[in-house]
Design a protein. Structure first.
Length: 70
């Protein structure tokens, strides 16, 4: 994969300063996850019915009381 030196350096700074010295691969994985999360949230914001369904389902799941065996 070809990446401009400036972008590689920016990613390395993020990996070091914000992600506790993560590898560039780990930093890229985090940034891609954040991007995909924002995209999903924007999709929800654009569809009030879908957002209502999501919030209703989230509330139902939050009320589930499950015993966890240790």
């Amino acid at each position: 994969m070809r990446v401009a030196q400036e972008n590689r350096d920016r990613l390395a700074r993020i990996a070091e300063s914000e992600l506790g010295g993560a590898t560039l691969d780990e930093a890229l994985r985090v940034l891609l996850f954040e991007h995909e999360s924002r995209r999903a949230l924007a999709k929800l914001a654009a569809d009030p019915e879908m957002a209502d369904d999501y919030l209703r389902e989230s509330a139902e799941l939050a009320e589930v009381d499950t015993e966890v065996a240790e």
